[in-house]
Design a protein around this ligand. Structure first.
Ligand code: ATP
Ligand code: MG
Length: 444
C-alpha cells in the first residue's frame, strides 16, 4: 500500500535515514492519507534521540523535549519529530509519570490510543501496521490498541477521543472499547476542562455532531462539567415549561429530539459558535453561557452562542409571508414590520443574524418558512441600505458636541432618540433633519 507523502516530509525522512536512523510518518497523518483525506499535519517518529535529531537539521525547536519531541521547520511549516518511546505508569489517569526512549518502532506504536492511529509509513517499508489498523479502517471501527480498560485507565482523555474520532470518521466504536467508556467515565475528573472542551468541540464540528450524544449515553455527562447535564433535562424554554425545577432525569423525548436536531446540525457551517449553539439551542441563554464558561470556551464564541441561543426561540413577528403581504396592504402595519426588522438588525451583527436564521431554518423545519420570510425582509432592507447602525447615522456624537451638547449621559440619550427616529423612518437619516430635533430640545 502506497501513500502520497508531501515532498518536505519525504525529505525529512530521507535525511534521517541517511544519518543512520529509522524514521516514519506516523499516527493521524497515515490514517487520514489511507482514508484519502488531507492530513492536518504530518508527525514523524524516529529511532533518533532528540539531541541526534537536532544535529541533523540546522533549525529545530524544542517543542516537548522531555517527551522526545523536537520540531523541524521546512518551508515555514513545522514538523514534529518524536523519538520512539514507551510511556511509563500513569498515576494521575492522564499523563505518564515518565517516558522512556526505545529503538523499537513497535513499542512506540503500542503506546498509541487506537489501532487506526497506530500505523507508521515510509517509502521503503510501506505501511507498518502491527495492531490491525488497516483492517479497522476498512471495517470503520475505533478500537483501542491492546486492552481498552487498561488504555483508558492510563489516560481518560482517550474516552473522549474515541467519541471524537467516531464522529469525525463516522466509525463505530468496537464493543470492548465501547463498554470501557462507561466504566472509565468518572476518570474524566482527571482531565482538564480545556482538553474536554477541545474534544467536544471537534465532535460538534465533525460530519456527525449527533455522536456527541454518546457522552450522555455512556454516562460521561456528570463528569463533563457541573451544568452540562442541563442539556439533557426535560424542561426547556422551547416547550415553555420554564426552568424552575431541578429534575435531573434525562427525558427520553429530549434525547430523541436533541439527537434529531444534532443530525440536522451536520448541515450547518463548521463554526464553533454555530455548532455549540445547535447543541445548546433549547436552553436559556444564561445556562448555555454557564456551560461554555465551565468548559473554558473563548469569550468570542461564548458571546456569539449567547446571542444565537437567546434568539433561537424568537417568533420574528415582523416577518412578511406572501399571504400576510396581501393582508397587510395597510401601510402602517408594513411600516411597523420594517421598523421591528431594522430594530432587530441594529441589535445583532449581520453575520450573526445570518447564522441565526440559518440555525433556525436548519434545526427547526417547522419554523423554516417563518425565518425565510424574515430573512427576505432583512435582505430587502439591506439592499435598500437603510440605516440600522449608529455608525451609519447621519449625526455623530462629535456633531452633537460641536453643537454644544456636553459629553455624557445626555449626549447618549439624544443619540439614542435620533437613532430610534431613524429606525422608524430611514428617510429621517439626514444630518439637517436630525439636528433639527436638537433645536426642538434646546427650545424646550
Ligand atoms: P488530528 O487529526 O486531530 O490531528 P491525530 O490522530 O493526529 O488527529 P493528535 O492528537 O494530533 O491526533 O495525535 C497524534 C497521534 O498521537 C495520534 O494519532 C495517536 O497515535 C497519538 N496520540 C495522541 N493523543 C494520544 C493519547 N491521549 N493517547 C495515546 N496516543 C495518543
Ligand atoms: Mg494530528
Amino acid at each position: 500500500m502506497k501513500i502520497q507523502i508531501p515532498a518536505d516530509v519525504a525529505w525529512i525522512l530521507e535525511k534521517m535515514r541517511e544519518a543512520g536512523y529509522e524514521a516514519y510518518a506516523v499516527g493521524g497523518c497515515v490514517r487520514d492519507a489511507l482514508l484519502g483525506k488531507e492530513p492536518n499535519d504530518w508527525d514523524i517518529t524516529t529511532s533518533a534521540k532528540p539531541e541526534e535529531t537536532k544535529t541533523i537539521f540546522p533549525k529545530t525547536i524544542d517543542t516537548g523535549i522531555q517527551h522526545g519531541t523536537v520540531t523541524v521547520m521546512k518551508n515555514h511549516v513545522g514538523y514534529e519529530i518524536t523519538t520512539y518511546r514507551i510511556d511509563g505508569t500513569y498515576a494521575d489517569g492522564r499523563h505518564p509519570d515518565s517516558v522512556e526512549f526505545t529503538s523499537d518502532l513497535k513499542e512506540d506504536l503500542r503506546r498509541r490510543d487506537f489501532t487506526i492511529n497506530a500505523m507508521a509509513y515510509s517509502e521503503e517499508t510501506g505501511v507498518v501496521d502491527e495492531f490491525g489498523g488497516m483492517e479497522d479502517l476498512d471495517r470503520h471501527v475505533i478500537r483501542c490498541v491492546g486492552n481498552a480498560m487498561e488504555r483508558f485507565t492510563e489516560d481518560a482523555l482517550r474516552i473522549l477521543r474515541a467519541v471524537r474520532f467516531s464522529a469525525q470518521l463516522g466509525f463505530e466504536i468496537e464493543e470492548e472499547t465501547y463498554k470501557a467508556l462507561s466504566v472509565i467515565a468518572p476518570n474524566l475528573k482527571h482531565v482538564s476542562a480545556e482538553r474536554i472542551q477541545v474534544e467536544l468541540t471537534k465532535t460538534l464540528l465533525s460530519a456527525h455532531p449527533e455522536r456527541v450524544m454518546l457522552v450522555e449515553k455512556t454516562g460521561m455527562t456528570p463528569f463533563i462539567s457541573k451544568t452540562f447535564g442541563r442539556i439533557f433535562e426535560e424542561e426547556s424554554n422551547f416547550t415553555g415549561t420554564g426552568h424552575g425545577g431541578n429534575t435531573a432525569v434525562s427525558g427520553k423525548s429530549v434525547v430523541r429530539s436533541l439527537y434529531a436536531r444534532l443530525e440536522r446540525a451536520a448541515a450547518l457551517p463548521q463554526e464553533k459558535a454555530v455548532r455549540w449553539a445547535a447543541l445548546l439551542a433549547e436552553l436559556e441563554d444564561k445556562t448555555a453561557v454557564q456551560i461554555l464558561r465551565e468548559m473554558k470556551l473563548d469569550n468570542d464564541t461564548i458571546r456569539s452562542v449567547k446571542t444565537l441561543v437567546g434568539h433561537f426561540t424568537d417568533r420574528f413577528d415582523w416577518d412578511t409571508d406572501s399571504v400576510s403581504q396581501a393582508e397587510h396592504k395597510n401601510m402602517a402595519e408594513s411600516k411597523e414590520r420594517e421598523y421591528l426588522a431594522r430594530k432587530f438588525m441594529s441589535e445583532i451583527s449581520p453575520e450573526l443574524l445570518d447564522r441565526l436564521f440559518l440555525l433556525i431554518h436548519t434545526l427547526d423545519p417547522d419554523r423554516g418558512k417563518m425565518v425565510d420570510d424574515a430573512a427576505a425582509l432583512v435582505d430587502k432592507i439591506r439592499k435598500r441600505g437603510d440605516c440600522v447602525s449608529l455608525k451609519t447615522m447621519a449625526v455623530t456624537g462629535q456633531d452633537l458636541i460641536q453643537k454644544g451638547v456636553k459629553p455624557g449621559p445626555e449626549l447618549g440619550r439624544i443619540l439614542a432618540e435620533m437613532f430610534e427616529k431613524v429606525l422608524r423612518d430611514p428617510a429621517e437619516n439626514e444630518k439637517e433633519k436630525l439636528l433639527r430635533m436638537l433645536g426642538d430640545e434646546t427650545a424646550e
